[in-house]
Design a protein around this ligand. Structure first.
Ligand SMILES: Nc1nc2c(ncn2[C@@H]2O[C@H](COP(=O)(O)OP(=O)(O)OP(=O)(O)O)[C@@H](O)[C@H]2O)c(=O)[nH]1
Ligand SMILES: [Mg+2]
Length: 432
Protein backbone atom coordinates (compact mmCIF):
# COMPACT_ATOMS: atom_id res chain seq x y z
CA UNK A 1 0.00 0.00 0.00
CA UNK A 2 1.23 3.46 -0.82
CA UNK A 3 1.73 5.80 2.10
CA UNK A 4 0.35 9.27 1.73
CA UNK A 5 3.00 11.93 1.56
CA UNK A 6 3.23 14.25 4.51
CA UNK A 7 4.88 17.63 4.82
CA UNK A 8 5.78 20.02 7.62
CA UNK A 9 8.26 22.70 8.49
CA UNK A 10 10.74 20.91 10.75
CA UNK A 11 12.56 23.98 12.03
CA UNK A 12 11.07 26.01 14.91
CA UNK A 13 8.10 28.22 14.33
CA UNK A 14 8.91 31.77 13.42
CA UNK A 15 11.33 33.72 11.30
CA UNK A 16 14.85 32.39 10.87
CA UNK A 17 17.76 32.52 8.47
CA UNK A 18 16.51 29.35 6.87
CA UNK A 19 13.61 27.00 7.41
CA UNK A 20 13.47 23.34 6.43
CA UNK A 21 10.38 21.72 4.98
CA UNK A 22 10.36 17.95 5.21
CA UNK A 23 8.37 15.93 2.74
CA UNK A 24 8.02 12.20 3.36
CA UNK A 25 6.15 9.43 1.57
CA UNK A 26 6.03 7.59 -1.73
CA UNK A 27 5.25 10.70 -3.74
CA UNK A 28 7.79 12.94 -2.00
CA UNK A 29 10.28 13.04 -4.84
CA UNK A 30 7.67 13.39 -7.59
CA UNK A 31 5.88 16.21 -5.81
CA UNK A 32 9.11 18.05 -5.06
CA UNK A 33 10.42 17.72 -8.61
CA UNK A 34 7.29 19.32 -10.05
CA UNK A 35 8.35 22.54 -8.32
CA UNK A 36 12.11 22.44 -8.36
CA UNK A 37 14.15 23.80 -11.25
CA UNK A 38 16.03 20.49 -11.65
CA UNK A 39 15.13 17.30 -13.50
CA UNK A 40 16.13 14.96 -10.72
CA UNK A 41 17.72 14.79 -7.27
CA UNK A 42 20.58 12.41 -6.65
CA UNK A 43 20.36 10.56 -3.36
CA UNK A 44 22.08 12.25 -0.42
CA UNK A 45 23.22 15.26 -2.43
CA UNK A 46 22.28 18.80 -1.55
CA UNK A 47 21.22 20.63 -4.70
CA UNK A 48 20.89 24.35 -5.02
CA UNK A 49 17.89 25.19 -7.20
CA UNK A 50 14.74 27.25 -7.41
CA UNK A 51 11.34 26.41 -5.99
CA UNK A 52 8.80 27.73 -8.51
CA UNK A 53 9.11 31.48 -8.61
CA UNK A 54 9.06 31.57 -4.84
CA UNK A 55 12.59 31.17 -3.53
CA UNK A 56 16.09 29.83 -4.06
CA UNK A 57 16.35 26.64 -2.04
CA UNK A 58 18.62 23.72 -1.26
CA UNK A 59 16.94 20.36 -1.77
CA UNK A 60 18.18 17.00 -0.52
CA UNK A 61 16.70 13.63 -1.36
CA UNK A 62 16.93 10.54 0.84
CA UNK A 63 15.43 7.36 -0.65
CA UNK A 64 15.09 6.08 2.91
CA UNK A 65 15.10 9.07 5.19
CA UNK A 66 14.50 9.42 8.91
CA UNK A 67 11.01 8.00 8.43
CA UNK A 68 12.26 5.04 6.43
CA UNK A 69 10.41 6.43 3.42
CA UNK A 70 11.49 8.55 0.46
CA UNK A 71 12.14 11.97 1.93
CA UNK A 72 12.94 15.34 0.44
CA UNK A 73 14.16 18.15 2.62
CA UNK A 74 13.89 21.63 1.21
CA UNK A 75 15.76 24.46 2.91
CA UNK A 76 14.25 27.79 2.03
CA UNK A 77 14.71 31.28 3.38
CA UNK A 78 13.12 31.52 6.79
CA UNK A 79 10.49 34.16 6.09
CA UNK A 80 7.03 33.30 7.35
CA UNK A 81 5.64 34.09 3.92
CA UNK A 82 8.03 31.78 2.10
CA UNK A 83 7.44 28.95 4.59
CA UNK A 84 3.69 29.29 4.34
CA UNK A 85 3.64 29.55 0.53
CA UNK A 86 5.96 26.59 0.11
CA UNK A 87 3.80 24.42 2.38
CA UNK A 88 0.66 25.56 0.61
CA UNK A 89 2.12 24.67 -2.79
CA UNK A 90 3.11 21.19 -1.66
CA UNK A 91 -0.26 20.58 -0.05
CA UNK A 92 -2.10 21.79 -3.16
CA UNK A 93 -0.01 19.32 -5.11
CA UNK A 94 -0.97 16.25 -3.11
CA UNK A 95 0.96 16.27 0.13
CA UNK A 96 -0.83 16.38 3.45
CA UNK A 97 0.18 18.43 6.48
CA UNK A 98 1.89 16.15 9.01
CA UNK A 99 0.41 15.64 12.43
CA UNK A 100 2.41 16.10 15.62
CA UNK A 101 5.13 13.46 15.78
CA UNK A 102 4.06 11.84 12.53
CA UNK A 103 7.56 11.66 11.06
CA UNK A 104 8.82 9.84 14.11
CA UNK A 105 5.70 7.68 14.19
CA UNK A 106 6.47 6.57 10.65
CA UNK A 107 10.08 5.92 11.59
CA UNK A 108 8.74 3.63 14.32
CA UNK A 109 6.18 1.90 12.09
CA UNK A 110 8.87 1.33 9.46
CA UNK A 111 11.16 -0.27 12.01
CA UNK A 112 13.77 2.49 12.05
CA UNK A 113 13.36 3.00 15.77
CA UNK A 114 11.71 1.04 18.50
CA UNK A 115 9.15 2.81 20.60
CA UNK A 116 11.48 3.60 23.46
CA UNK A 117 13.93 5.14 21.00
CA UNK A 118 11.19 7.21 19.44
CA UNK A 119 10.36 8.50 22.88
CA UNK A 120 14.02 9.29 23.41
CA UNK A 121 13.90 11.52 20.32
CA UNK A 122 11.28 13.63 22.11
CA UNK A 123 13.47 13.75 25.20
CA UNK A 124 16.50 14.68 23.17
CA UNK A 125 14.64 17.55 21.56
CA UNK A 126 13.46 18.68 24.99
CA UNK A 127 16.80 18.33 26.72
CA UNK A 128 18.24 21.51 28.17
CA UNK A 129 20.96 20.35 30.54
CA UNK A 130 23.95 18.08 29.77
CA UNK A 131 22.60 15.41 32.12
CA UNK A 132 19.24 15.32 30.33
CA UNK A 133 21.01 15.16 27.02
CA UNK A 134 23.18 12.25 28.07
CA UNK A 135 20.18 10.23 29.26
CA UNK A 136 18.22 10.84 26.07
CA UNK A 137 21.18 9.87 23.91
CA UNK A 138 21.79 6.66 25.79
CA UNK A 139 18.14 5.70 25.43
CA UNK A 140 18.18 6.63 21.76
CA UNK A 141 21.15 4.39 21.09
CA UNK A 142 19.20 1.40 22.25
CA UNK A 143 20.06 1.40 25.92
CA UNK A 144 18.09 -0.94 28.06
CA UNK A 145 15.33 -1.52 25.51
CA UNK A 146 17.61 -3.84 23.57
CA UNK A 147 18.24 -5.92 26.67
CA UNK A 148 14.58 -6.08 27.47
CA UNK A 149 13.88 -7.21 23.94
CA UNK A 150 16.32 -10.10 24.21
CA UNK A 151 14.88 -11.20 27.52
CA UNK A 152 11.39 -10.91 26.16
CA UNK A 153 12.36 -13.16 23.29
CA UNK A 154 13.71 -15.79 25.66
CA UNK A 155 10.59 -15.60 27.74
CA UNK A 156 8.48 -15.83 24.62
CA UNK A 157 10.29 -18.98 23.48
CA UNK A 158 9.78 -20.46 26.86
CA UNK A 159 6.11 -19.62 26.98
CA UNK A 160 5.62 -21.27 23.62
CA UNK A 161 7.18 -24.46 24.95
CA UNK A 162 5.00 -24.34 27.99
CA UNK A 163 1.94 -23.89 25.85
CA UNK A 164 3.01 -26.79 23.71
CA UNK A 165 2.99 -28.94 26.83
CA UNK A 166 -0.60 -28.01 27.36
CA UNK A 167 -1.50 -29.56 24.02
CA UNK A 168 -0.02 -32.82 25.24
CA UNK A 169 -1.42 -32.56 28.72
CA UNK A 170 -2.79 -36.10 28.67
CA UNK A 171 0.64 -37.53 28.11
CA UNK A 172 2.38 -35.92 31.06
CA UNK A 173 5.42 -34.58 29.20
CA UNK A 174 7.56 -31.57 30.08
CA UNK A 175 9.11 -29.76 27.13
CA UNK A 176 9.84 -26.67 29.09
CA UNK A 177 12.74 -27.02 31.46
CA UNK A 178 11.56 -25.42 34.70
CA UNK A 179 15.04 -24.61 35.98
CA UNK A 180 15.77 -22.81 32.72
CA UNK A 181 12.61 -20.77 33.21
CA UNK A 182 13.66 -19.87 36.74
CA UNK A 183 16.96 -18.61 35.41
CA UNK A 184 15.34 -16.39 32.82
CA UNK A 185 12.84 -15.19 35.39
CA UNK A 186 15.45 -14.20 37.90
CA UNK A 187 17.60 -12.38 35.35
CA UNK A 188 14.57 -10.52 34.14
CA UNK A 189 13.45 -9.78 37.66
CA UNK A 190 16.83 -8.37 38.54
CA UNK A 191 17.03 -6.17 35.48
CA UNK A 192 13.55 -4.88 35.94
CA UNK A 193 14.05 -4.14 39.61
CA UNK A 194 17.23 -2.23 38.79
CA UNK A 195 15.42 -0.21 36.16
CA UNK A 196 12.49 0.49 38.43
CA UNK A 197 14.87 1.61 41.16
CA UNK A 198 16.64 3.94 38.75
CA UNK A 199 13.44 5.74 37.88
CA UNK A 200 13.38 8.23 40.72
CA UNK A 201 16.88 9.35 39.81
CA UNK A 202 16.34 9.26 36.07
CA UNK A 203 13.11 11.12 36.39
CA UNK A 204 14.78 13.63 38.66
CA UNK A 205 17.38 14.35 36.00
CA UNK A 206 14.69 14.76 33.43
CA UNK A 207 12.29 16.90 35.42
CA UNK A 208 14.60 18.42 38.00
CA UNK A 209 15.78 17.02 41.30
CA UNK A 210 13.25 17.98 43.95
CA UNK A 211 14.85 19.79 46.89
CA UNK A 212 12.45 20.69 49.71
CA UNK A 213 13.26 23.65 51.93
CA UNK A 214 11.58 23.09 55.27
CA UNK A 215 11.81 24.32 58.84
CA UNK A 216 9.93 26.26 61.47
CA UNK A 217 8.19 29.51 60.64
CA UNK A 218 10.62 32.41 60.20
CA UNK A 219 13.62 30.11 59.75
CA UNK A 220 14.44 31.94 56.52
CA UNK A 221 13.14 29.43 53.97
CA UNK A 222 11.63 31.90 51.55
CA UNK A 223 14.69 34.12 51.90
CA UNK A 224 16.85 31.16 50.87
CA UNK A 225 14.68 30.38 47.83
CA UNK A 226 14.96 34.00 46.74
CA UNK A 227 18.70 34.09 47.34
CA UNK A 228 19.24 30.93 45.30
CA UNK A 229 17.18 32.27 42.44
CA UNK A 230 18.58 35.75 42.71
CA UNK A 231 15.02 36.97 42.54
CA UNK A 232 12.27 38.12 44.90
CA UNK A 233 10.12 35.15 44.07
CA UNK A 234 8.56 34.45 47.48
CA UNK A 235 7.15 36.89 50.01
CA UNK A 236 9.48 37.34 52.95
CA UNK A 237 8.37 38.92 56.20
CA UNK A 238 9.16 38.77 59.90
CA UNK A 239 5.66 37.45 60.58
CA UNK A 240 5.92 33.73 61.26
CA UNK A 241 3.60 31.84 58.93
CA UNK A 242 4.11 34.06 55.90
CA UNK A 243 4.33 31.26 53.37
CA UNK A 244 1.08 29.33 53.19
CA UNK A 245 1.51 27.30 50.03
CA UNK A 246 4.46 25.51 48.47
CA UNK A 247 6.38 27.54 45.91
CA UNK A 248 8.45 25.73 43.35
CA UNK A 249 11.17 27.07 41.06
CA UNK A 250 13.84 25.35 39.02
CA UNK A 251 17.48 26.28 38.97
CA UNK A 252 20.31 24.62 37.07
CA UNK A 253 23.50 24.16 39.05
CA UNK A 254 26.52 22.67 37.37
CA UNK A 255 24.45 21.12 34.58
CA UNK A 256 21.85 19.56 36.87
CA UNK A 257 18.35 20.93 37.11
CA UNK A 258 17.04 21.22 40.66
CA UNK A 259 13.50 22.02 41.68
CA UNK A 260 13.61 24.02 44.88
CA UNK A 261 10.40 23.89 46.87
CA UNK A 262 9.80 26.54 49.50
CA UNK A 263 7.23 25.41 52.04
CA UNK A 264 5.03 26.68 54.84
CA UNK A 265 6.79 26.73 58.23
CA UNK A 266 6.16 23.61 60.30
CA UNK A 267 4.06 24.32 63.38
CA UNK A 268 0.70 23.51 64.87
CA UNK A 269 -1.82 26.15 64.04
CA UNK A 270 -5.51 26.81 64.59
CA UNK A 271 -5.64 28.54 61.25
CA UNK A 272 -7.22 26.23 58.72
CA UNK A 273 -5.31 27.56 55.73
CA UNK A 274 -1.99 27.39 57.51
CA UNK A 275 -2.71 23.80 58.59
CA UNK A 276 -3.37 22.88 54.98
CA UNK A 277 -0.10 24.56 54.07
CA UNK A 278 1.79 22.52 56.66
CA UNK A 279 0.28 19.35 55.23
CA UNK A 280 1.65 20.36 51.86
CA UNK A 281 5.06 20.90 53.41
CA UNK A 282 5.03 17.33 54.65
CA UNK A 283 4.01 16.12 51.23
CA UNK A 284 6.84 18.10 49.67
CA UNK A 285 9.27 16.37 52.03
CA UNK A 286 7.84 12.99 51.08
CA UNK A 287 8.34 13.70 47.39
CA UNK A 288 11.74 15.36 47.66
CA UNK A 289 15.08 13.74 46.92
CA UNK A 290 16.98 16.18 49.07
CA UNK A 291 15.60 17.94 52.12
CA UNK A 292 17.14 21.10 53.53
CA UNK A 293 16.05 21.61 57.11
CA UNK A 294 16.52 25.25 57.98
CA UNK A 295 17.19 26.28 61.55
CA UNK A 296 17.27 29.88 62.69
CA UNK A 297 20.65 29.94 64.41
CA UNK A 298 19.56 32.73 66.75
CA UNK A 299 17.11 30.31 68.37
CA UNK A 300 17.71 27.11 70.33
CA UNK A 301 18.02 23.92 68.33
CA UNK A 302 15.14 21.45 68.31
CA UNK A 303 14.86 18.19 66.42
CA UNK A 304 12.92 18.40 63.15
CA UNK A 305 9.36 17.19 63.43
CA UNK A 306 9.21 15.49 60.01
CA UNK A 307 9.52 12.00 58.61
CA UNK A 308 12.88 11.80 56.86
CA UNK A 309 12.98 8.10 56.06
CA UNK A 310 15.02 7.45 52.90
CA UNK A 311 15.77 11.12 52.42
CA UNK A 312 19.07 12.77 51.86
CA UNK A 313 18.75 15.55 54.35
CA UNK A 314 20.92 18.20 55.91
CA UNK A 315 20.52 20.92 58.42
CA UNK A 316 21.23 24.48 57.36
CA UNK A 317 21.67 27.06 60.11
CA UNK A 318 20.51 30.49 59.00
CA UNK A 319 20.98 34.19 59.76
CA UNK A 320 24.75 33.90 60.18
CA UNK A 321 25.03 37.70 59.96
CA UNK A 322 23.19 38.22 63.27
CA UNK A 323 25.70 38.36 66.16
CA UNK A 324 23.63 36.09 68.42
CA UNK A 325 23.56 33.33 65.77
CA UNK A 326 25.42 30.25 66.97
CA UNK A 327 27.69 28.49 64.49
CA UNK A 328 28.07 24.72 64.75
CA UNK A 329 31.39 23.37 63.56
CA UNK A 330 31.16 21.27 60.43
CA UNK A 331 27.57 22.26 59.73
CA UNK A 332 26.21 24.53 57.05
CA UNK A 333 25.84 28.11 58.18
CA UNK A 334 24.39 30.71 55.84
CA UNK A 335 23.19 34.27 55.62
CA UNK A 336 20.87 35.29 52.86
CA UNK A 337 21.51 38.92 53.83
CA UNK A 338 25.24 38.77 53.09
CA UNK A 339 25.37 35.68 50.90
CA UNK A 340 27.69 33.97 53.37
CA UNK A 341 27.77 30.18 52.97
CA UNK A 342 25.50 30.06 49.93
CA UNK A 343 28.19 28.75 47.61
CA UNK A 344 29.08 26.03 50.09
CA UNK A 345 25.42 25.08 50.31
CA UNK A 346 25.06 24.89 46.52
CA UNK A 347 28.21 22.81 46.28
CA UNK A 348 26.92 20.45 48.94
CA UNK A 349 23.65 20.00 47.03
CA UNK A 350 25.52 19.31 43.79
CA UNK A 351 27.96 16.88 45.44
CA UNK A 352 25.16 15.05 47.19
CA UNK A 353 23.36 14.49 43.94
CA UNK A 354 26.49 13.53 42.04
CA UNK A 355 27.51 10.96 44.60
CA UNK A 356 24.10 9.35 44.29
CA UNK A 357 24.44 9.32 40.53
CA UNK A 358 27.83 7.67 40.78
CA UNK A 359 26.35 4.85 42.81
CA UNK A 360 23.81 3.91 40.21
CA UNK A 361 24.89 2.29 36.98
CA UNK A 362 24.37 3.75 33.56
CA UNK A 363 20.98 2.36 32.75
CA UNK A 364 18.43 4.79 33.94
CA UNK A 365 14.73 4.82 33.49
CA UNK A 366 13.26 8.23 32.76
CA UNK A 367 10.02 7.43 31.07
CA UNK A 368 6.88 7.27 33.20
CA UNK A 369 5.15 5.01 30.69
CA UNK A 370 7.99 2.49 30.87
CA UNK A 371 8.01 2.75 34.63
CA UNK A 372 4.38 1.80 34.82
CA UNK A 373 4.76 -1.04 32.34
CA UNK A 374 7.75 -2.44 34.21
CA UNK A 375 5.79 -2.38 37.45
CA UNK A 376 3.19 -4.59 35.78
CA UNK A 377 5.82 -6.89 34.33
CA UNK A 378 7.26 -7.33 37.79
CA UNK A 379 3.85 -8.17 39.24
CA UNK A 380 3.27 -10.74 36.55
CA UNK A 381 6.72 -12.27 37.05
CA UNK A 382 6.09 -12.51 40.78
CA UNK A 383 2.89 -14.37 40.01
CA UNK A 384 4.77 -16.74 37.70
CA UNK A 385 7.39 -17.43 40.35
CA UNK A 386 4.73 -18.08 42.96
CA UNK A 387 2.91 -20.30 40.55
CA UNK A 388 6.03 -22.38 39.94
CA UNK A 389 6.71 -22.65 43.67
CA UNK A 390 3.15 -23.61 44.42
CA UNK A 391 2.99 -26.19 41.66
CA UNK A 392 0.20 -24.29 39.93
CA UNK A 393 -0.90 -25.91 36.64
CA UNK A 394 1.09 -24.89 33.58
CA UNK A 395 -1.85 -23.25 31.87
CA UNK A 396 -2.25 -20.76 34.71
CA UNK A 397 1.47 -20.04 34.76
CA UNK A 398 1.26 -19.44 31.03
CA UNK A 399 -1.42 -16.81 31.57
CA UNK A 400 0.86 -14.82 33.88
CA UNK A 401 3.74 -15.24 31.46
CA UNK A 402 1.63 -13.86 28.64
CA UNK A 403 0.77 -10.94 30.87
CA UNK A 404 4.45 -10.23 31.52
CA UNK A 405 5.23 -10.53 27.81
CA UNK A 406 2.47 -8.16 26.93
CA UNK A 407 3.66 -5.42 29.25
CA UNK A 408 7.30 -5.89 28.24
CA UNK A 409 6.24 -5.57 24.64
CA UNK A 410 4.53 -2.25 25.23
CA UNK A 411 7.85 -0.68 26.15
CA UNK A 412 9.66 -1.31 22.93
CA UNK A 413 6.52 -1.38 20.83
CA UNK A 414 6.17 -5.05 19.93
CA UNK A 415 2.74 -4.61 21.42
CA UNK A 416 0.99 -1.40 20.46
CA UNK A 417 -2.41 0.12 20.32
CA UNK A 418 -3.64 3.18 18.47
CA UNK A 419 -4.30 4.89 21.77
CA UNK A 420 -0.83 4.24 23.06
CA UNK A 421 0.83 5.48 19.87
CA UNK A 422 -1.38 8.54 20.00
CA UNK A 423 -0.16 9.27 23.52
CA UNK A 424 3.47 8.76 22.68
CA UNK A 425 3.58 10.75 19.47
CA UNK A 426 1.15 13.42 20.60
CA UNK A 427 3.97 14.69 22.83
CA UNK A 428 5.99 15.69 19.81
CA UNK A 429 5.54 18.93 17.97
CA UNK A 430 4.58 19.20 14.33
CA UNK A 431 7.50 18.54 12.04
CA UNK A 432 9.25 15.99 14.29
N1 LIG B 1 19.48 39.05 59.35
C1 LIG B 1 18.95 38.08 58.61
N2 LIG B 1 17.61 37.95 58.51
C2 LIG B 1 17.09 36.98 57.78
C3 LIG B 1 17.92 36.07 57.05
N3 LIG B 1 17.12 35.20 56.39
C4 LIG B 1 15.84 35.56 56.69
N4 LIG B 1 15.83 36.63 57.51
C5 LIG B 1 14.65 37.32 58.05
O1 LIG B 1 13.85 36.37 58.76
C6 LIG B 1 12.47 36.65 58.58
C7 LIG B 1 11.76 35.44 58.07
O2 LIG B 1 12.25 35.13 56.78
P1 LIG B 1 11.43 34.25 55.74
O3 LIG B 1 12.35 33.96 54.62
O4 LIG B 1 10.14 34.87 55.43
O5 LIG B 1 11.21 32.97 56.62
P2 LIG B 1 10.34 31.66 56.28
O6 LIG B 1 11.09 30.51 56.84
O7 LIG B 1 10.01 31.63 54.84
O8 LIG B 1 9.06 31.92 57.17
P3 LIG B 1 7.58 31.36 56.95
O9 LIG B 1 7.21 31.52 55.53
O10 LIG B 1 6.76 32.23 57.84
O11 LIG B 1 7.56 29.94 57.42
C8 LIG B 1 12.41 37.85 57.63
O12 LIG B 1 12.24 39.02 58.38
C9 LIG B 1 13.76 37.82 56.94
O13 LIG B 1 14.16 39.11 56.53
C10 LIG B 1 19.33 36.22 57.16
O14 LIG B 1 20.14 35.49 56.58
N5 LIG B 1 19.79 37.23 57.94
MG1 LIG C 1 8.32 31.61 53.86
Amino acid sequence: MKSDTIVAISTPRGVGGIAVARLSGDEALAIALRHLSVKTLASHHAVYCRFDELDDVVATYFPKGYTGEPTVEISCHGSLYVQQALLQTLVDDGARLAEAGEFTRRAFLNGRLDLSQAEAVADLIDSVTPAQHRLAVSQLRGGYAQKLKELRQQLLDFTSLLELELDFSQEDVEFADRSQLRKILSTLHFQISTLIASFSLGNAIKRGVPVAIVGKPNAGKSSLLNALLGDDRAIVSDLPGTTRDTIEETLTLDGITFRFIDTAGLRHSDDQVETLGVERSRKAVAQADIVLYLHDATTPWTEPDIDLADKTFFVVHTKADIPTAVERVGELFISTKTGYGLDALKQKIIDTFRSRMGKENDIMLTNARHYEALGRVKQALDAVAQGLDGGIPADLVAVDLRDALYHLGTITGEVTSEEMLGNVFGRFCIGK
